[in-house]
Design a binder for this molecule. Sequence first.
Ligand code: PEP
Ligand code: MN
Length: 281
Amino acid sequence: MDRSIEEVNGKEEPQVRKQRPGHRATIRCGDVEFGDGDFTVVAGPCAIESMEQGLATARVVAKSGARVLRASLFKPRTSPYSFQGIGEEGISILEAIREETNLLIETEVMSVAQLGLLHDHVDMLRIGTRCMRNYELLKEVGKTRKPVILKRGMSATLKEFLLSAEYLLVDGNENVVLCERGIRTFETYTRNTLDILAVPALKELTHLPVIVDPSHSAGRRSLVGPASKAALAVGADGLIIEVHPQPESALSDQEQALDPAAFLSLMEELRTMAPVVGKSL
Ligand code: PEP
Ligand code: MN
C-alpha cells in the first residue's frame, strides 16, 4: 500500500516523497528515459584511460544498443597512489566519442570545480557513493538542470539517501535518478552487499527512478550478471555497469569489468527477460 498523502507530506523529505499513490517520475536524458517502463542501461569503463580505450569501449556499448556511456575522467580512489583519472584532458576524448557513436555521455563529478569544467561537455552527471554527503556539491548540482545519477552512500540508510536527493530537488533539479550500489556489511566475498530490497523500498517512498550498479556491489565479474538480472526482476529502472575492452589491463576495477563478449551476451539475456517483467530494453 502506498502511504497516505498526510503521512508523507510535511516530513523531512517532502520533495522526494511520492505526492500521491502511483506517482512516478520519468527522467529524460537526451532521447533516453529513466522510468516509464524502460530498463535503461548506462555502461562503460570504470575510467576513461585513453582515446583508444574510450573509443573501443564506446563502440561496444553502441553495438549493445545501450545509449548512455559512463565516461569518468575524475576517479575517487581509496589510495592517493592509485590512478586518479585522466582529468580535463579527457574532454576531447568525450567529444570524439560523441562524434563517432552519438552516445550520450555520463560522468562523475566530485567537486564544484569539476562541475564547472564538465557541465557543458556531458549529458548526465553522477555523484558517487563517497560524495553522497558532499552537501555543497549537491547544492551546486541542484542549481543545474542536468540529469544526475545519485549513488547511495555505502553506509547510508535509505532515509539519509533520500535526504541527499532532497538537496538536489530543493534547489530545483528534479532530474534525479537514484542508484543502489551496495552497502558495507560484514561480508567480504563481495565488494559490497547489494541491498536488492532497496529498489522496491525506494519505490514505495519516492517517485524517482531507481537503477542498480551490479559492478561496484559485486566487485567480481562472475556476479555482475546475476546482480543485473536480480535488479531487473525486482523492478529497477536500469543499470550502470562497467565494461572494458581488456579488463585484465584496466587501470581501475579490473576484477569487476565485463569484457565486450560478456557484456553483449548479458544485454541479450536482459533483453529477453525484460518483457516478462513488463519492461522494455
Ligand atoms: C563509479 O561508479 O565509478 C564509482 C566510483 O562507484 P561508487 O561511487 O559507487 O563507488
Ligand atoms: Mn569503478
